[in-house]
Design a protein around this ligand. Structure first.
Ligand code: NAD
Ligand code: ZN
Ligand code: ZN
Length: 350
């Protein structure tokens, strides 16, 4: 089968023919219907050998995966061959701690470092892939191409937004900084799940326009004046919730400066910058949190919202054999929506 593989750290990944795997006990073989490309993959391609710890390449990239059950491993019950499914990307969880038992496997007490599809283990940029059945969520007859971005871009933002919802009453404001693959879904979750005014912030005018089409009340260019504009719009109060999908020093600074007292700022963007935290550095009563991906319970909820038509992933379709072009477009900020690679399709379908 065809797979897009990182062979050596820091070398360009390439398409290769590799044998189709077979499921062991507890595993499912998934026929990939769509695999989304995430900004995080661009960082993985730059990792040094040391940064991969004990799971270095070669490996198949891709962690936003949906498809169909192709083969069922020994001991797996409750799945039917041919059934459409979505895959939770973070796999290092123990399965028995309290967060795992609640279906919040991403917050497992025992995950020592990030491991999962396309991160240390073979991912979904291939015709088939293996996954433990406990990380697979059935999705009725939902289209895997539209489902793929929900497993990371959707699940991460939904998991970050859910705890903030009780404060997002009419008259409040929620801000999403960085409305690319993640942020465009964040805007839609906020629009459908709460009554807050939704402000989208980005450096890219086309992304801001699209965010307005998908539920943002206000779209603001991202620069040193953005926080003051948010203060103006909110009559000085600031935003009850800020979701930073970038994580640069400038966006974190904007987020804190735009945050209301008792507000909540959640960081999911992985630019890996920091800001000062102290009694007079952040608004009084504010909560500053991070969030990473999500668990199986939230993925079921995200898929349900999509099946009801309340949210939709905006997708740029690429045949799997054009995956390098898709990554280039992501790196250059040229994508309109989330790039989703589709195995088994050969001509251009964008
Ligand atoms: P993307 O490239 O699709 O979108 C990024 C968006 O941010 C673009 O619209 C871009 O124009 C905008 N942007 C860049 N600099 C900006 C700035 N200074 N101010 C405002 N907007 C700016 O990327 P993505 O796939 O949506 O990923 C977003 C970030 O989230 C990445 O850092 C990625 O690694 C990270 N991520 C984290 C998790 C997690 O679990 N925490 C999961 C997936 C992705
Ligand atoms: Zn990702
Ligand atoms: Zn656990």
């Amino acid at each position: 089968m065809l797979a897009f593989r990182l062979i050596q750290p820091q070398e360009p990944p390439r398409l290769e023919e590799i044998p189709r795997p077979s499921p062991g006990p507890g595993q499912l073989l998934i026929k990939v219907g769509g695999c989304g490309l995430c900004h995080t993959d661009l960082g993985l391609m730059k990792r040094t050998r040391e940064e991969w710890f004990d799971t270095p390449p070669p490996l198949t990239l891709g962690h936003e995966i949906a498809g169909w059950v192709a083969q069922i491993g020994q001991g797996v019950v409750g799945f039917k061959s041919g059934e459409p499914v979505a895959v939770v990307p973070v796999w290092g969880s123990c399965g028995h701690c309290a967060p795992c038992r609640r279906g919040e496997e991403n917050f497992c007490y025992y995950i020592s470092r990030l491991i999962g599809a396309g991160v240390g283990l073979d991912g979904g940029l291939a015709e088939y892939m293996l996954v433990e059945a406990r990380f697979v969520v059935p999705m009725g007859d939902f289209d895997p191409v539209l489902a793929a971005p929900l497993t990371d871009a959707g699940l991460t933002t939904y998991t970050a937004i859910k705890p903030a919802l009780p404060s997002l009453v009419p008259g409040s404001t929620a801000v999403v900084i960085g409305v690319g693959g993640l942020g465009m879904l964040a805007v839609q979750f906020l629009r459908t799940l709460c009554a807050a005014r939704v402000i989208a912030v980005d450096t890219d005018a086309a992304h801001l326009e699209l965010a307005k089409e998908h539920g943002a009340d206000v779209a603001l260019s991202s620069d040193a004046s953005t926080a003051a504009l948010i203060r103006d719009i909110t009559s000085g109060a600031g935003a009850s919730f800020v979701l930073d999908c970038v994580g640069a020093e400038s966006t974190l600074t904007t987020g804190v400066a735009a945050l209301a007292r008792l507000g909540r700022l959640t960081l999911v963007g992985a630019a890996l910058k920091t800001i000062p935290f102290g009694l007079h550095e952040v608004p009084w009563g504010a909560q500053l949190t991070t969030s990473l991906n999500g668990g199986t319970v939230n993925l079921r909820e995200v898929i349900e919202l999509a099946r009801l038509g309340r949210i939709e992933a905006i997708v740029d379709r690429y045949p799997l054999d054009h995956v390098a072009d898709a990554y280039r477009a992501l790196a250059d900020g040229k994508l309109r929506g989330r790039a989703v690679c589709i195995p088994g399709v050969t001509e251009s379908i964008s």
